[in-house]
Design a protein around this ligand. Structure first.
Ligand code: G
Ligand code: G
Ligand code: MN
Ligand code: NA
Length: 254
């Protein structure tokens, strides 16, 4: 496909870039990390969001190289921030194919070894709740190895997949990330409110952290705090921004 060969070129030509969206602790305002989100600075079409090209990337020959680039670029950025006095945790989104790729763990170790100054715990993998329910044993093995390396793992878009509680109990993940579709309407829709509340309590029962995404207003933040979820991410805090803007944003935020 045309777009895939364009993307292989884009990787070579440095047209891909990462934006970062802060995650904060509402109890004290602390910035607990940032999520890396890919963008394509297309020479003709301008800045493209993932929706404009990731669906085509999935299952293509570009998927693994792009995912690998995202991880090393995120670690390099974490190193830069660390050296400049901002020890930020960086989360990256990992597709199921990427996680299952035979070279994944090897490449992850190599990427971390390039920056020994960055603790592995400063890297978090966001994997979709729906990740490889088809091969639970292997998924558990890979995520457990990520843990052994010291890398954190969170289950993204939690609530939208079909994982059973047994599956959840087996999966070595640190954090459940409540999908924004439930957070958005939780103040007006009692069912969404119930789902958000249930996920928060589920996380508590399973001894996992919980973070809400798509937090757009103060009222959302207050209600989440009241329900026991203090970690949040969303336009109400900050939109994704270029890496160079993060430090300025943090100084202004605190
Ligand atoms: O940044 P934005 O909200 O437009 O992202 C849209 C979707 O693209 C989100 O679901 C996000 O998880 C996904 N996404 C963003 N960056 C990456 C990436 O580097 N790798 C993968 N696999 N998905 C990403
Ligand atoms: O699937 P994932 O959680 O990785 O998706 C993250 C995406 O959600 C990013 O593309 C980001 O731009 C978007 N996003 C983050 N916060 C908000 C928000 O408060 N409102 C909306 N509508 N989208 C958000
Ligand atoms: Mn995510
Ligand atoms: Na999500």
């Amino acid at each position: 496909r045309e777009i895939i060969s364009r993307l292989h070129n884009a990787l070579q030509n440095d047209e891909l870039t990462l934006y970062f969206q802060p995650k904060v602790d509402l109890r004290n305002g602390a910035v607990v990390g940032v999520e890396a989100l890919i963008r394509w600075q297309h020479p003709e079409r301008g800045l493209l969001s993932p929706a404009a090209f990731l669906p085509q990337v999935e299952g293509s020959t570009a998927e693994y190289p792009i995912g690998k680039w995202v991880i090393s670029t995120a670690i390099r950025k974490a190193s830069q921030w660390l050296i400049e006095g901002f020890p930020l945790k960086v989360s990256v989104n990992i597709s199921a194919n990427q996680l299952m790729h035979p070279e994944f763990l090897n490449d992850l170790r190599l990427a971390l070894a390039e920056h020994p100054e960055v603790p592995a715990s400063h890297l978090e993998l966001e994997v979709l709740e729906s990740v490889s329910i088809s091969d639970v044993t292997r998924t558990v093995e890979i995520l457990a190895e990520c843990h052994r390396i010291g890398v954190m793992v969170s289950l993204d878009d939690f609530g939208t997949g079909y994982s059973s509680l047994t599956y959840l109990r087996k999966l070595p993940v640190d954090t459940l990330k409540i999908d924004q579709s439930f957070v958005r309407d939780m103040l007006t829709d009692p069912e969404d409110h119930g789902i958000v509340n249930a996920v928060i309590n589920l996380a508590k029962s399973f001894n996992r952290q919980v973070i809400a995404e798509g937090v757009e207003t103060l009222a959302h933040g207050n209600e989440l705090l009241r329900m026991g979820c203090h970690l949040v991410q969303g336009y109400g805090i900050a939109k994704p921004m270029p890496g160079e803007e993060i430090q300025t944003w943090i100084k202004y935020w605190l």
